[in-house]
Design a protein around this ligand. Structure first.
Ligand code: FCB
Length: 442
């Protein structure tokens, strides 16, 4: 499907997304150390032990990057604020340079007619808080509330929208159970506590932002479709457990005030005492729900301790991440979110996109795969809208190639190619194609 703006309802927003640690360059501007710096410095955690000290050097190239965003023709830009840049120790003294940077970012967007969509936390936990146990510590919601007040006290009057925490599943499960992201733990007790404290922190931040008079507040959840490896009861059960832990735990906590039984099966003994008492905070009313969607997983049962499942290699075409391309599940997730979790809320796709082994040849990057991926997923968005979903916008991950966490700088998700030696930007063919389609007359 090729499309233009007129294929979508009036006011449907097209955006691009990035995050602080992945692009800014954390070695600059007085930002404090984060748990990603220590995780990356530990052999075996990150490809080539790369970290975000320089990243895309967005900190020093803000205007150039905002001009690229404007020329792309997007309506809205989703960025994140680094806790460690704003409060290098995680608590106490703010870093004036850090606050000034986000101030300039927001003003720079507004000057260019682009709506600023802020995410408070996209994973770079200040090291001093990690030293105190990070997300395992039940004081995190209070520390997070203080950070929220500090940063939103400065930019909250001008952001178009705000969400507290990017992808609670990654913060909780991926980082504490699977150990793939900082702090790299593999501990079920740490996992249960992190998953719960992340949601309490989400709720506290919403309270703080409401107190500041802010509006248009939401939550951003990443979802992965769980496809049973075969039609045996064991595989179907395994996929249901995967779905409960991955998708339903966080949406269920925030919108239904409960955790799914299939997740509690393994996690309940490890949750903090009186965890149920936190639901009034966790379920603070929201104005929208954001879904990040990339892929599905094929799940089989596995002998062994809970959750007793394993991911197996699927048959569909894959991106550079090795992720299967499965646009239909984006439709399913939009419809399911509307039906089961947030029936009255606008939905945004806050991330979708693909990594591709893009190459810059004679000043050109040809990435038809990316455009095809975007088109296929936007077709599912359109389908959901025709079937009645209140889908209001779509953000592409990502504006530019960046630090893809444990996979370092190897995986290229950007519409703009970045040469990580020279830091030179070069818009790819997909950028030019989108810019043409997004031009208001398009
Ligand atoms: C999401 C993250 C984002 C990026 C993409 C590929 O899970 O939010 O930072 O890593 O995946």
């Amino acid at each position: 499907m090729s499309w233009t703006r007129s294929d979508f309802p009036e006011g449907f927003l097209f955006g691009a997304a990035t995050s602080a640690y992945q692009i800014e360059g954390h070695g600059q501007g007085g930002a404090g150390l984060t748990h990603w710096d220590s995780f990356a410095a530990t052999p075996g955690n990150v490809v080539r032990a790369e970290d975000g000290a320089t990243a895309c050097d967005h900190y020093n190239r803000l205007d150039e990057d905002l001009d690229l965003l404007k020329n792309l023709g997007v309506d809205v830009y989703r960025f994140s604020t680094s806790w460690a840049r704003v409060m290098p120790e995680g608590r106490g003294r703010p870093n004036p340079e850090g606050l000034d940077f986000y101030d300039r970012l927001v003003d720079g967007l507004l000057e260019r007619g682009i709506k600023p969509a802020a995410t408070l936390y996209h994973w770079e936990l200040p090291q001093p808080l990690a030293d105190l146990g990070g997300w395992r510590n039940s004081d995190m919601p209070n520390w997070f509330a203080d950070f929220t007040k500090t940063v939103m006290g400065r930019i909250g009057d001008r952001v178009w929208s705000a969400a507290p925490i990017n992808e609670p599943w990654c913060v909780g499960w991926l980082s504490h159970f699977m150990g793939h992201h900082a702090p790299g733990l593999r501990d079920i007790r740490a996992t249960a506590r992190a998953m719960h404290h992340v949601l309490v922190s989400h709720g506290r931040a919403i309270e703080v932002m409401r107190g500041l008079g802010m509006t248009n507040l939401g939550g951003v959840f990443n979802l992965e479709w769980a496809h049973p490896a075969d039609d045996s009861a064991a595989a179907v059960d395994a996929a249901a457990r995967y779905d409960a832990i991955y998708n339903q735990f966080f949406l269920g906590g925030v919108f239904l005030g409960q955790y799914p039984d299939l997740a509690l099966e393994g996690l309940e003994p490890h949750l903090p005492r009186r965890w149920q008492d936190d639901f009034p905070t966790i379920t603070q009313p929201l104005d929208w729900v954001g879904l990040n969607y990339y892929t599905r997983k094929v799940i089989a049962s596995q002998a062994g301790p809970w959750p007793s499942y394993e991911e197996i290699d699927g048959p569909l075409p894959k991106t550079q991440m090795g992720w299967e391309i499965h646009p239909e599940a984006l439709y399913e997730f939009i419809m399911r979110t509307a039906r089961e979790f947030a029936p009255n809320l606008p939905i945004y796709i806050t991330e979708n996109g693909m990594a591709n082994a893009d190459q810059l040849i004679d000043g050109v990057v040809n990435d038809p795969e990316r455009l095809a991926y975007i088109d296929a997923h936007l077709a599912q968005c359109k389908r959901a809208i025709s079937d009645g979903a209140d889908l209001r916008g779509y953000f592409l991950w990502s504006l530019m190639d960046n630090y893809e966490w444990a996979l370092g700088y190897e995986k290229r998700f950007g519409l703009i190619h970045v040469d990580f030696e020279t830091l030179q930007r070069c818009p790819k063919a997909s950028y030019h194609a989108l810019s043409k389609r997004l031009s208001k007359s398009g």
